[in-house]
Design a protein around this ligand. Sequence first.
Ligand SMILES: Nc1ncnc2c1ncn2[C@@H]1O[C@H](COP(=O)(O)OP(=O)(O)OP(=O)(O)O)[C@@H](O)[C@H]1O
Ligand SMILES: [Mg+2]
Length: 214
Amino acid sequence: MNLLSAKNISHSFDYELFSNVSLELMAGESVAIIGMSGSGKSTLLHIFSTLLAPKEGSVRIMDEDIASMSTKRLSEMKRNDLGLVFQAHYLFNGFSAYENLEVAEILSLNSIDMNLLERLGIAQVIEKKVTQLSGGQQQRVSIARVLTKKPKLIFADEPTGNLDKETANEVMQLFFDYCRDESAGMILVTHDNELAHMCQHVYKLENRELVKVA
Ligand SMILES: Nc1ncnc2c1ncn2[C@@H]1O[C@H](COP(=O)(O)OP(=O)(O)OP(=O)(O)O)[C@@H](O)[C@H]1O
Ligand SMILES: [Mg+2]
C-alpha cells in the first residue's frame, strides 16, 4: 500500500528552500532524509506530516489529498494514523511520564505496552514527573507515547538526537521492528549518516533538491 505520495513540492520562506520535491513511501518502508543544517529538512517533514501547506505541489496520505480534506477528517487522521516525533517534543510537564502515555492510550483506545517501555529503557522511571527526567529520557517517553497510538505513518525529526549511540541504535531498531510488524512507514530526518543508512532509502536535501543517494 502507498502510505504517502508527495509530488512536485516547493516551499519558500524568505527565499526558495526547495522545489519539485517528490517522494513515495510504501507500507513497511523507511526513508531517511539527510542534509545540512538549514537546508529545509524539518520544513519538508512539516509539509509531509500535514502541519504546513506547501507553496506548490500535493501530498497524499493513504490515498487522500491533504489539501482537499476537511478539518475534521484531517484531525482524525492526525490523531489515529500519524505519529510525530519532533525535535521539540511536547510532553505535558505537570504530569508523570506514565500519565503522558495514558493520554495516548485514551485518545487511541490502545493500551500501554510495558514491553515497549522496557525496550526503550524507561520502565523504571515511568512514575516520575516529566521535569525530573533527563532530556534523553523525555525523548524516549515521547517516542513511547507516539508508538502507543500505533500510527500508520511515523515522521521523526532527529528522534535520537539526545541519546548516546548505543541507546540511539536500540531506539532505531525499535522503530524498524515497529514498521515491519505493523506494516507502518517512517520518514526519518537526521544528520547522522550511519543512522540514515539503516533505512531502506536515503535522500539528501541539497541545492534545493531532494536527491536519492541510496
Ligand atoms: N516558520 C518559519 N518562518 C521563516 N523561516 C523559517 C521558518 N521555519 C524555518 N525557516 C527557515 O527555513 C530554513 C530551513 O529551516 P529547517 O528548520 O527546515 O532546516 P533544517 O534542515 O531542519 O535544519 P536543522 O538541521 O538545523 O534542523 C532556515 O533558514 C530557517 O530559518
Ligand atoms: Mg531541523
